[in-house]
Design a protein around this ligand. Sequence first.
Ligand code: PMP
Length: 299
Amino acid sequence: MTLFPFDDRDGWIWLDGALVPWRDARLHVLSHGLHYASAVFEGERAYGGNIFRLRDHTERLINSGRILSFDIPWSADQIDAASNAVLAANGLTDGYVRPIAWRGSEQLAVSATGTSIHLAIGAWPWPSYFGTERMQGIRVGEAVWRRPPPDTAPVHAKASGLYMIGSLAKLKAEQEGYADALMLDWRGRVAETTGANIFFVIGGDLHTPDPDCFLNGITRRTVIALATRNQMKVIERAIDPAELPTATEVFLAGTAAEVTAVREIGAHRFTPGTITETLMRDYDRLVLQSPAEVVRVAG
Ligand code: PMP
């Protein structure tokens, strides 16, 4: 696989208020964010020139910062405008957008009260997270790492530190030949994969875990709205892994993953079917709509 390093590309990155040439968007190695994971980020996708649910992502970014006790020094309007500017500057209408905010280098002990808050936004083409297997179904392994309880980590923030767990789980899954890993929570209940929420079709209804210790994803909420519009019953509840054999279809929902079918979790097999296909098609159609239409359809 040819890798195109992320620090050596042509293009523009928005950094602390201005578009700078891609290779010049640097931070100092003695930055608080790097050492102590005092960083929050977003993952967004643009379709046909519109960043899907941009304001929801921007608000989650600002809120993630607040959960980590910092205020990003830009308003939601300014962040939205900067995100669109990055997309345009890089000549993209479709692609992935990645804002990240972090504590700077004024202090480098655990204490962080004197640090400045930085914000950078990058964008690049990223066709499909799971390639052509979106309807065919991906193979998912069982993670040994678990989602921590809400009194142990800021579980509702999209905080960089939490991705240490997902990164380790994904690494192991890929070493074992899987595309991703199913993560349980600290109670042993089904939580999510390393970068997406999960849905199960059980008895013809849609079941998905309560997001009480992981992100209530923007895609997850969109899929629930689309399913409800299709007269499907959606049940948010605690799901025990012992229930996996009762599921007839399984799929993931996330900005990067979009709607992706799952055909295997460990020893369990599933056949991607009409419910997955309907929601995947509806989602693919919705992302191409104007922001106003998206809000009208999916809230
Ligand atoms: N869980 C995790 C761990 C994620 O990284 C993501 C992607 N942000 C999601 C769930 C889905 O969130 P969203 O639909 O808002 O992208």
